[in-house]
Design a protein around this ligand. Structure first.
Ligand code: GNR
Ligand code: NI
Length: 175
């Protein structure tokens, strides 16, 4: 296993569409395991491959509360095959937009079809935080971030603060 580095906005790679995996082979399994290690270390409850600079339709999730047994989910080529008419709103965060949070409304429940670690075709019914997190990660595969769901005003405030934080970090590194 290896820990990968996480890309932060505004990086153009986070705006690109990821490519289908087709078959979950040894290489994809390794990527899934490395992504889980990276996600747990961050720590986060989800991670999509584009966040570690890999443009493949792969994501990992674990919404188990800390201190409880891990429940890792490894997902390739996910598709939403059904979404509830009702929305649910959660305060979302993102490892690629560190230390920024905003309320985002999304379908409250979804049915997702994907390939798992063993390349089996799975259908998962998700609601609550799992539904939100799955949709947040699937957005990453389309080059969409949670700030793309909020007002342009709020989005620009967050993105400007990230640019400023990066400049300060670079200046500190020079000093
Ligand atoms: O760690 C994360 N927490 C989170 C909280 C609410 C809604 C979505 C998320 S996903 C995020 C990790 C991340 O950036 N995944 O792409
Ligand atoms: Ni994210």
């Amino acid at each position: 296993m290896a820990k990968l580095s996480i890309i932060t906005a505004p990086d153009p790679r986070l705006k690109l569409k990821a490519k289908p995996v087709g078959t979950v082979d040894t290489e994809i399994r390794q990527l899934m395991d490395d992504m889980l290690e990276t996600m747990y270390a961050a720590p986060g409850i989800g991670l999509a491959a584009p966040q570690v600079g890999v443009l493949k339709r792969v994501l990992v999730l674990d919404i188990a509360p800390s201190g409880e047994p891990r429940q890792p989910l490894r997902v390739a080529d996910p598709q939403i095959v059904w979404a509830a008419d009702e929305d649910a709103t959660y305060e979302e965060g993102c490892l690629s937009l560190p230390e920024h949070y905003a309320d985002v409304a999304r379908p409250a429940a979804v049915k997702v079809r994907f390939r798992d670690y063993d390349n089996a075709l799975i259908e998962l019914d998700a609601e609550g935080l799992l539904a939100t997190c799955l949709q947040h990660e699937m957005d990453h595969l389309e080059g969409v971030l949670f700030v793309d769901h909020i007002s342009a005003l709020k989005r620009n405030i967050i993105l400007r603060k990230l640019v400023k934080a990066r400049k300060l970090a670079a200046a500190d590194a020079d000093a």
